[in-house]
Write a protein that binds this ligand. Structure first.
Ligand SMILES: *Cc1c(COP(=O)(O)O)cnc(C)c1O
Length: 381
């Protein structure tokens, strides 16, 4: 029987179960226990984030961000069109008008050079997405944000352990949001993290996280009773999730090393004349590191992409396209929103294909998939 290579397989390490079992032994299963603290300390110590709060998803972390920035009805928020729905959702719920930015020619990231013309006196925030864990040009973006007094919320869902000019992503924006969904490098099944870098937002972030109460201050002994002081919601993941997440965090170097080896093998196999004449390989700008979140190809046409996906599927390899541009979604078209001239994002939407890349994938699998792609292209001459 022919073996099937799935697009993704969640990373599960041997420690996963024993850490969950430890959490059960602790007899504290709700949020903000020992494992939550361990995960948060890991992020603060490893990446130098000022404060981190574990959440049930990156979508939820973005919701906290939109609440913290006090986004109001009529405010404008700039996000790339080529991203996941969640990047927009939190701001839409606060009543914001979404302004869509185009991608760069060479990467699916938003084109910072074309941002300034989207800024109006209603603009309050920019949400850059580090696509495939490859950094947006943050110096330019932060400079622009400072000039116009805008919040920057990094959607770093895919960007764990990645850097811009040597500094960890998630450290640049006033706030940043990470995901531990099963498709990400490090997973808890579902999970997320809010990073708070701006001093003005520190206190309120804890309160919103703790359902609008000052419970955290009470437990630190800073106040002698706690109560309802602000808006908020239930954003804490259970200790079972945090325990599982922690089992991966302590092995992050090993996980990343494996993923980078697989990514590089794809790149080396496919970086040959026969291929690069017809298909574009991922481009990593000199300021960005590569956390090997994703290996993608950009075909010359949408038809070629569909044929490639079908060809791989016939050989039991599951490759897949990615985002449909948000500016062109059913929901967006019903709103009174603005979008700039969006050309590159449409091309990525039509022509980008993602190849299998996960912890349990082998170099042999990568060689096999690469060979299929080369065969497909030769057949298509
Ligand atoms: C995965 C992802 C999200 C959503 O993450 P969840 O943890 O599933 O909520 C948001 N934005 C981007 C860019 C993503 O890749």
């Amino acid at each position: 029987m022919k073996r099937t290579i799935p697009f993704n397989k969640p990373c599960v390490l041997d420690d996963g179960l024993s850490f969950i079992s430890n959490a059960l032994d602790n007899q504290k299963l709700c949020g903000n226990g020992q494992f939550t603290q361990k995960c948060q300390s890991f992020f603060e110590d490893t990446y130098g984030f000022k404060k981190t709060l574990l959440t049930t998803s990156c979508t939820d972390a973005l919701e906290m961000a939109a609440m913290l920035c006090d986004i109001k009805h009529g405010d404008e928020v700039i996000i790339p069109s080529y991203t996941f729905v969640s990047t927009a959702l939190a701001f839409v719920r606060q009543g914001a008008k979404i302004v869509f930015a185009d991608s760069e020619k060479d990467t699916p990231n938003l084109d910072v050079d074309k941002l300034e013309m989207l800024i109006t006196d209603k603009t309050v925030a920019i949400v850059p997405v580090h696509y495939a864990g490859v950094s947006v040009d943050m110096d330019k973006l932060m400079h622009l944000a400072e000039k116009h007094n805008l919040w920057v919320i990094e959607d770093a869902a895919q960007a764990i352990d990645a850097t811009y000019k040597g500094q960890p992503l998630g450290k640049f924006g006033h706030l940043a949001c990470f995901s531990f969904h099963e498709t990400k490098n490090i997973t808890a099944g579902e999970g997320g993290l809010l990073v708070v870098n701006d001093d003005r937002l520190l206190r309120r972030s804890e309160i919103i996280w703790e359902k609008g109460t000052n419970r955290s201050e009470f437990f630190r002994g800073e106040v002698n009773k706690y109560g309802w002081v602000d808006t908020g919601s239930s954003f804490l993941p259970s200790e079972l999730n945090a325990a599982f997440l922690y089992s991966q965090l302590i092995h992050i170097e090993e996980i990343q090393k494996k993923r980078i080896t697989l990514w590089q093998r794809y790149y080396d196999n496919l970086n040959i004349e026969d291929v690069v004449d017809k298909i574009k390989l991922p481009y990593i700008p000199p300021y960005a590191s590569n956390n090997a979140h994703m290996f993608y190809l950009v075909c010359k046409t949408g038809n070629l992409r569909t044929e490639l996906i079908n060809y791989l599927k016939e050989h039991n390899v599951h490759a897949t396209f990615h985002y449909l541009c948000l500016h062109d979604s059913e929901f967006s078209r019903k709103q009174n929103w603005i979008s700039s001239d969006i050309i590159n994002a449409v091309r990525y939407s039509d022509c980008l294909v993602r190849l299998p890349l996960f912890y349990d994938l082998s170099l042999k699998d990568v060689d096999y998939i690469s060979k299929l792609i080369i065969n497909f292209l030769n057949k298509n001459e």
